[in-house]
Ligand binder design. Structure first.
Ligand code: PGA
Length: 251
């Protein structure tokens, strides 16, 4: 036993209207309440428009709420952005930073991601910092080097096991139905753990999530890999049965 409590995180991405989001959140809250004591934390990261109603729907259930991104500043003239303080105000305890879709779509650099994570920490949020190689980088044998360089650039000073979670998400496995093999996952998670042990006093306790086409039918195998401390789930987090099925792999 690692002593690290697993974290099952749902990244809803740009999906859901009010009714769907509240129904999904309510369904998960009911599952968690009905399950009694469980050995994992459950987190949902809805799109910004749904954070308030989702937070209201899960109040008191133990389901945590997170944002999908944040700005580095607390407030000001930043049209379209959301600050870490706004996320805490809306009921969030976590925020995802550096997701590969933001790295690609918004050209986010490691330095910006580190600044976002630091801003999240300052606001009292847990930052889930995402790393992962592309298909081309894996085929060129660079997966480990890419992840190491992203960790070096994206983890801010002041990161601890309490305020930081790392998510390893190979870009080629996201939304494609392709998952890394348990051996591939084990190799990269071991590399991340070794890096965290060198970098942080509390590196042994930092949770490292795997993400990329995690489904109920592969979750048991993936969650059993050493140094896999949970999952960051996209597509399969949009249905109560699927997401709960993944969480149940930790029971
Ligand atoms: P997926 O997405 O589960 O749909 O592959 C994972 C993620 O991008 O966090």
């Amino acid at each position: 036993m690692s002593g690290r409590r697993k974290l099952i995180a749902g990244n809803w991405k740009m999906n859901g209207r009010h009714e769907d989001g509240v129904a999904l959140a309510t369904g998960l809250a009911e599952k968690l309440r009905g399950a009694g004591t469980v050995p994992f934390d459950l987190l949902v990261c809805p799109p910004a428009t749904l954070i308030w109603p989702v937070a209201a729907a899960v109040t008191g259930s133990g389901v945590a709420v997170g944002g999908q991104d944040c700005h580095v500043k607390t407030s000001g003239a930043h049209t379209g952005d959301i600050s870490p303080a706004m996320l805490t105000d809306a009921g969030c305890a976590y925020v995802i930073v550096g997701h590969s879709e933001r790295r690609q779509d918004h050209k986010e650099s490691d330095a910006l991601i580190a600044a976002k994570a630091a801003a999240a920490h300052a606001a009292g949020l847990v930052a889930i910092i995402c790393v992962g190689e592309t298909k081309e980088q894996r085929q060129a044998g660079q997966a480990g080097a890419v992840v190491a360089s992203q960790l070096a650039g994206s983890i801010p000073a002041g990161a601890t096991a309490t305020n930081t979670v790392i998510a390893y998400e190979p870009v080629w496995a996201i939304g494609t139905g392709l998952t890394a093999t348990p051996a591939d996952v084990a190799e990269i998670h071991a590399l991340i753990r070794a890096d965290l042990l060198k970098r942080l006093d509390s590196g042994a306790a930092v949770r490292i999530l795997y993400g990329g086409s995690v489904k109920p039918d592969n979750a048991v195998e993936l969650m059993a890999v050493p140094d896999v401390d949970g999952a960051l789930v996209g597509g399969a987090s949009l249905k109560v049965a699927d997401f709960w099925g993944i969480a149940s792999a930790c029971l």
